[in-house]
Each structure stands twice: as C-alpha cells, then as structure tokens.
Design a protein around this ligand. Structure first.
Ligand SMILES: [Fe+2]
Length: 396
C-alpha cells in the first residue's frame, strides 16, 4: 500500500513478470496474464531485429522455431524508457523489453498518444466546438501542438467540429483536407459542389430538406470524415444539422433492444445507380466489431434495402429504421447552426449524421464544396502533436 501512495513510484513498478516452468506470467494491479514466447520474441528491438528508420520487423515467422520457449527472465532495472525485463529465448536470442510498452499494448495502461474516446451527446453541447483556422495553420511550423491536440481532441470526443475563418475561395476544402490528412477520391471525384442543380446526381444537389444521414453507405468502406466548406450561404434556409449516431445507437439498445438487434443483424443492400455510375455494397445499419465495440452507422434511407432471409421477419428492421429516423431527426437531439463563408464542417461520417433545412435558391446563393479524408490522417496528426507537445514540455 505504501507503494501506491508514493508519487515517485511509476505504475510500471507495480508490474510483476515471472517465469515458472517455462511459462511467463505478468501481473499488474489485480490483473494477470500468460505471455506467449512468440509474442515476447516479436517485440525484440535488438540490433538486426527491426529497421532503425521505420521500426518494422526484419525477421519473418519462418525464422522462428515453432517450439520457441523462454528460458530465462530477469529484471534489468530502469533504462531510458523505464523499467525493463531481459528475456532469453530457446533460440539463443536475448531481448530487453520495456514494461510500460507491454502494459500499454495490453491495454492495461493508457496510450498517452491515442486520441480520446468518444463522449456521446444527446443535445447540443454547452459550448459549440468552433476552432479558428489560424490555430491550425497550413503547416506544423505555424501551429502550437497543444492547439492541434485541442482541435482533434474535440473532434474525437464529439464527432465533429467547425473550423472557422478559412479562406472563402473555391478549392480551399482540398487544401484543408490535405493539411489534416489525405483527400480521398470517390464516385463524385475529389471535391464535390453542393448547390441546387437542374439535373442533380444526388438529392444533396437540390434545395430540398435533407434529414440526418451518413454519406455513401454503398461504398465498401464509407468515407471516414467529411469536410464541407462554405463559400456562399445567402439563400434563406439551408441551416446545417448534426446528430450523434453513437448516442442514438446507445439509446436504441437501451430502449428498444429487439429493434436494435435487427439493425445490427440484418444485412442491407445500399445502391447508388446513375446508370453511368453504379456503386453497390452490403452492410448493416449499425456495425459493431466482434468484441461489441461500436464501429459505425450507415443511415441513408434514400438508398437502403434490407435483404429478405427465409424465416426472418423484416418487420423489426422497418420498425427499427423508423425509430432511428425519429430519434435522429428529433430537434431535441440535434445541433442546428448556420455556416458562414470560410467555415468548414469537419465530421465523422461513421458517427455524426448531417442534414440541412430546405433553402430558396431564387433568393440568394448557397454553395458549399465538400470532400472526404480517412481517419488515419487525423489519428497520425493527433499522435504526433501529443509527441511534439510532450517533447517541448520536457525541454522547458
Ligand atoms: Fe450528405
């Protein structure tokens, strides 16, 4: 207990690594696990084991004996990266492994560079997450890394932010996208224009109201993040709406579990068909991984059709879709706001559903430009900003 109260004792010091009868056991704060010899051997960063630049493994599974075992284990005290264990293997290899890295990779301690977990919201946030573009800038040299952490931290917690005061000229959205990640192409090209058109290739390119939806569920992997840049917004109407699909899924699971199950289990065909451009995919309205972790929502009632299966009633699926449509379009659950020229909506297309009110294009211009990036760009940007800001703090 005295150990717990001493602030100079690092958490990794509470870890206990033991070798008994050829089995390595790690215990830490009430948890315990057996670590496989191959898992430990793969973590070796000794000379020749990984490339020094990219840190990728230089040896292959064929270089390791299938009956590999740990033959000795000792504590190497505190190295530069913290407390280490020296592990000797039956193939003669000897590796010094950092315990804090092992604990992090087990998920037993926090990954300090990982983006924060989502915070589901069911009503507008007390403070709208606006971020001034001057805090992000066009390069890392212009930005304070703590501002990057704040910007992306808000995005990961809430599923959206609005960037303010970017330039108002066409093409800005592509530059903003490439500053934060890598613009990704799709069936509308790289950048699409959202304005009322006479022969629209999508209902978004009309002046009608758009209910809460996610974009392009018909793609194998729906776009990760959408950016919508406002160039003109003078027409009456055309206010933007956002709602949290993760919060909707949580509410649905609690309130109508049978309907929730239908949205998770029923396979749906999503089809975009212009004749000249056809994209078809199957998916589920609510998607979770095998561990029950939320992965995303595909909700676009203009192009979805569940696949009938013998013996399975679709009544629950249709009731579930209706329940979700009502929840997601309930003004009490939505945030409604008006984009100003230079604003960029930056939203997670796997979580934040967007919509807009109808507008009157005969009484003013409304022109947005949009594009997509995947999550990898902001994930990388967040991790590097945390690293830069902790390096800076250490140097001060
Ligand atoms: Fe959309």
């Amino acid at each position: 207990m005295a150990l717990m109260q001493d602030p100079t004792v690092r958490r990794q010091d509470r870890a206990r690594l033991e070798l008994t009868d050829g089995v390595v056991r790690l215990s830490f704060e009430g948890r315990a696990i057996v670590l496989d010899a191959h898992w430990l051997r793969d973590r070796s960063v000794e000379p020749g084991q990984i490339d020094r630049t990219n840190r990728q493994r230089m040896f292959t599974p064929l270089d390791i004996a299938p009956d590999l075992a740990v033959v000795a284990l000792s504590d190497d005290g505190h190295g530069s990266g913290g407390r280490c264990a020296v592990v000797e293997f039956s193939d003669g290899h000897r590796a010094t492994l950092e315990l804090d890295t092992i604990l992090r990779d087990l998920g037993w301690t926090i990954d300090a560079e990982a983006p924060p977990p989502p915070e589901p919201w069911t009503r507008p946030l007390a403070r709208f997450p606006y971020v001034d573009w001057s805090e992000i800038g066009w390069s890392d040299a212009e930005a304070d890394p703590t501002d990057i952490v704040d910007f992306l931290g808000a995005f990961y917690r809430h599923g959206y932010v609005v960037l303010r005061n970017t330039p108002t000229d066409e093409g800005t959205v592509e530059r903003v996208a490439n500053r934060i990640g890598y613009i990704s192409g799709h069936n509308f090209g790289w950048v699409f224009d959202v304005r009322a058109e006479r022969r629209p290739t999508d209902l978004a390119y009309t002046a009608i109201e758009l209910l809460a939806h996610t974009d392009e569920p018909y793609r194998k992997e729906p776009p990760g993040i959408q950016l919508l840049h406002c160039i003109h917004n003078e027409a009456p109407g055309g206010d933007s709406t956002l709602v949290d699909g993760l919060a909707a899924a949580i509410a649905m699971q609690q309130e109508v579990p049978r309907l929730f199950e239908a949205m998770v289990e029923t396979e749906v065909v999503f089809r975009y068909d212009m004749g000249s451009d056809t994209v078809v995919n199957t998916g589920h309205v609510l998607e979770y991984d095998r561990h029950g972790r939320y992965r995303g929502i595909r909700f676009n009632t203009k192009i979805d059709n569940p696949i009938p299966t013998p013996g399975v009633e679709l009544r629950d699926w249709y009731a579930g879709r209706r329940w979700l449509a009502a929840w997601l379009n309930d003004p009490a659950h939505q945030v409604t706001f008006r984009l100003a020229p230079g604003d960029v909506m930056f939203m997670d297309n796997h979580r934040a559903l967007h919509g807009r009110t109808a507008f009157d294009p005969s009484r003013g211009r409304r022109h947005l430009q949009g594009c997509y990036i995947e999550h990898d760009g902001p994930d990388t940007m967040y991790r590097l900003a945390v690293r830069r800001s902790s390096t800076r703090t250490a140097m001060q």
